[in-house]
Design a protein around this ligand. Sequence first.
Ligand SMILES: Cc1cc2nc3c(=O)[nH]c(=O)nc-3n(C[C@H](O)[C@H](O)[C@H](O)COP(=O)(O)OP(=O)(O)OC[C@H]3O[C@@H](n4cnc5c(N)ncnc54)[C@H](O)[C@@H]3O)c2cc1C
Length: 333
Amino acid sequence: MGLFQGNVRRPPSGWVNFSEGAGQSLRNLRGVLRRILLTLADQKWIYRIIVGNAIFRHMAFRFVAGETLQDAVEAARRLNQKGIFSTLDLLGENVNTEAEARAACQHYVDAIDALGDGDANNVSLKLTLMGLDISHELCMENMRRILDAARARDTFVRIDMEGTPYTQVTIDIFSRLWQEYKNVGIVLQSYLYRSEQDVALANAMGARVRLCKGAYAEPPDLAFPKKSDVDANYNRLAERLILEGNYPGLATHDEAIIEHVKAFVRERNIPLDRFEFQMLYGIRRDLQEGLVSEGFRVRVYIPYGNAWYPYFMRRLAERPANVLFFLTSLLGR
Ligand SMILES: Cc1cc2nc3c(=O)[nH]c(=O)nc-3n(C[C@H](O)[C@H](O)[C@H](O)COP(=O)(O)OP(=O)(O)OC[C@H]3O[C@@H](n4cnc5c(N)ncnc54)[C@H](O)[C@@H]3O)c2cc1C
């Protein structure tokens, strides 16, 4: 067994019980819609239709800062004026050629230069964009280039976490990089059973963790199927990260969780600079600014670039109201 454990499998939970009332049926419907949207996120044929459509583009740009690096840097500067930090994410995943992976790597090196010195604005990236599907060595080489550039600027690189086929390999590559660089961090997802062990090991290493709920469609033998379990696990893991971790990033817009964290740190007199909240660009700006005014650190994840389709579908999947909003704007035309 490696530094981090393999996926912990649990038996599938029971079948859906439709007699549990309207609330349960609504949750089931949401779950079905979520899975449809997440499945569509991986379909190339629908991708082509959506990306070329002006209405979809308009809708997507609620969650995406723009298509160029300059759009993203301007968005970061606007957030900085409000006391909010940022992390830039070039959209794109699963590249198939070495040339694409190297181009994405060069883009990140340029982004780090454009952002300037210090960690107020840093970058997040996906290993599949760095060539993970092509070869681990290519991915490592690209990561070293980016981490060298970030080290020269005294800034930080966050490796996003993708779906479970990539969990272990992402952690393995992170662990290898950690031997050479301390300006790299990982993301762990509270919907995975294994994350409790991964958090404990990351804390023991002194690694910086971003905790999120998880955005992919995962099977019930790997991930909690019930939202209440995902949320409860989030609270547990957030507490461990705050007490034992290295400057964790608590990535959520969930007000109940945020209130839980606030109460937890208040009760224990934990200094507010020991962790940061993180949120997505365009989501709950009121909450982002409110937390800053209360003295909390907040970082906003700024996605940009023209490969916005899978990211957009994941955001729709998180909130059925977004789909309704989208359909009404379609009908209004
Ligand atoms: C900074 C950051 C980085 C992330 N990195 C990763 C990663 O590397 N890997 C990964 O798997 N996932 C990542 N995610 C996504 C995360 O896993 C969740 O899918 C996402 O944050 C929604 O979960 P939530 O905690 O906000 O809670 P939820 O229970 O989904 O939402 C709570 C409330 O937040 C608001 N909200 C949430 N999503 C939306 C939306 N799309 N539109 C409008 N309102 C919304 C609503 O008010 C909702 O009621 C990241 C999220 C953030 C904030």
